[in-house]
Design a protein around this ligand. Structure first.
Ligand SMILES: Cc1cc2nc3c(=O)[nH]c(=O)nc-3n(C[C@H](O)[C@H](O)[C@H](O)COP(=O)(O)OP(=O)(O)OC[C@H]3O[C@@H](n4cnc5c(N)ncnc54)[C@H](O)[C@@H]3O)c2cc1C
Length: 375
């Protein structure tokens, strides 16, 4: 099934491609070396409304859909996957407040997040295993007008940069007694633990968050007690999985571009290497992966934009795009030969960054379980 883009979506993709080429592509070496995305880049993206893209205008956004967001994330990720990854977390953290928050919570938290004055996190994973959210141990004990949160989370994107955190914690003894909270970094008992040293997605920070009897006002609970898992998983499915898929799609498109150009220009044995059967097949395979990934992802996003649920389709897209990105980076590496690991080309970075996409927003083994579920 082919998804037709609207004129607005085509314009959005074109603007994003120009922005990414001008402002993001030149930063690759600097972001890798310093393991830091310059704050000025977030300001530029805020100026283009990229941080609050799917947020209703009433709360400071532009109210666009998942297809538009995907096109922007893919263009940016093609130039530098870490920037696309960092950007997709904004909407991931904002969306539960937009959908489930009270009018007070929306008015207080959404506009600063949509404009980049605040950074948000989605704080779920614990050392006991991210694949089993029902097993989380962080507790939230009600104490008069506050909840006291105790526990630790890991692998949290923007853990140190962010000041607003969507946190899943246990409010009862049953497996599903989980509730969601909006926690500010300034609340007593909130601590940031260590940042992970990583080789993938350098520049996009990722680390521990600790709740040491963290005092969270009761009015910061999101939704009712016991609704937490549904609230956060809805956001992870729609915004996390589509976001990670878009990063994968960007990597696949980047691999196609670099492999095609290199294969046409590189002359070995008296002819361009694209004329060798195996090289041509490598390029054609990346092209095929690219078409498939784009289709899976846009179909899923369009379903959501049209008001439907697409958990299964998004899981499928996430698996296709993340596996496709890793496979494409390997194939592009074969086309480039020894040049694949040189800084002049993004292929080694694509390979490193695509490895992060297997686990982000749920591992592909978990995606298989979702895909296999009966409707
Ligand atoms: C780049 C990146 C960014 C991330 N950002 C965030 C973030 O912002 N917030 C956040 O909360 N988390 C974040 N995470 C964590 C991510 O959600 C988890 O890594 C993921 O859910 C898997 O959890 P785990 O790493 O603990 O693996 P585990 O759950 O320990 O799994 C280990 C292996 O066992 C397999 N496995 C586990 N259970 C099953 C099962 N039932 N059936 C089959 N196989 C199974 C898994 O598929 C995996 O292969 C991020 C991860 C990455 C890589």
């Amino acid at each position: 099934m082919r998804v037709e883009l609207t004129e607005v979506e085509e314009d959005i993709a074109l603007t994003a491609a120009k922005f990414a080429q001008k402002e993001v592509a030149p930063l690759g070496g600097e972001v890798d070396a310093g393991d830091r995305i310059p704050p000025a880049l977030f300001e530029l993206m805020a100026g283009l409304d990229y941080l609050g893209l799917c947020v209703p205008a009433k709360y400071g956004g532009v109210g666009l859909g998942l297809v538009a967001r995907t096109l922007i994330l893919a263009e940016i990720s093609q130039r530098l996957p870490a920037v696309g990854f960092a950007l997709q977390v904004f909407q991931l953290a904002i969306s539960p407040i937009v959908r489930w928050g009270t009018e007070e919570q929306r008015g207080k938290y959404v506009p600063p997040m949509a404009s980049g004055k605040s950074f948000g996190t989605m704080t779920l994973t614990e050392p006991s295993g991210g694949s089993d959210p029902r097993g989380i141990k962080t507790r939230a004990e009600k104490d008069g007008g506050i909840y006291r949160l105790s526990g630790a989370k890991c692998f949290i994107t923007h853990s140190r940069l962010a000041d607003i955190h969507i946190v899943l914690a246990r409010t009862g003894a049953g497996v599903d007694d989980l509730s969601a909270f909006i926690v500010e970094s300034s609340m007593p008992g909130f601590k940031v633990g260590r940042l992970e040293e990583k080789r993938s997605l350098r520049g996009c920070e990722y680390g521990e968050v600790i709740f040491d009897g963290c005092q969270v006002p009761a009015e910061n609970r999101l939704g009712e007690e016991g609704e937490g898992l549904r609230i956060v998983m809805e956001a992870v499915s729609e915004y996390g999985r589509s976001g990670v898929s878009a990063v994968g799609l960007g990597i696949i498109s980047g691999c196609l571009q670099v492999a095609t150009e290199f294969a046409r220009e590189r002359v070995v044995g008296g002819k361009p290497i694209i004329e060798y059967r195996q090289i041509k097949e490598h390029v054609q395979e990346i092209e095929k992966i690219c078409r498939g990934a784009l289709e899976f992802l846009l179909v899923a996003c369009r379903m959501v934009d049209e008001g439907g649920r697409a958990d299964r389709e998004l899981a499928l897209a996430k698996k296709e795009c993340s596996e496709g990105a890793f496979r494409s980076a390997g194939l592009a590496g074969e086309v480039l030969g020894g040049a694949a690991i040189c800084e002049d080309f993004p292929v080694a970075r694509y390979l490193r960054d695509s490895a992060a996409l297997f686990a982000a927003a749920g591992t592909n083994e978990i995606m298989e379980l979702i895909i296999g579920k009966k409707e």
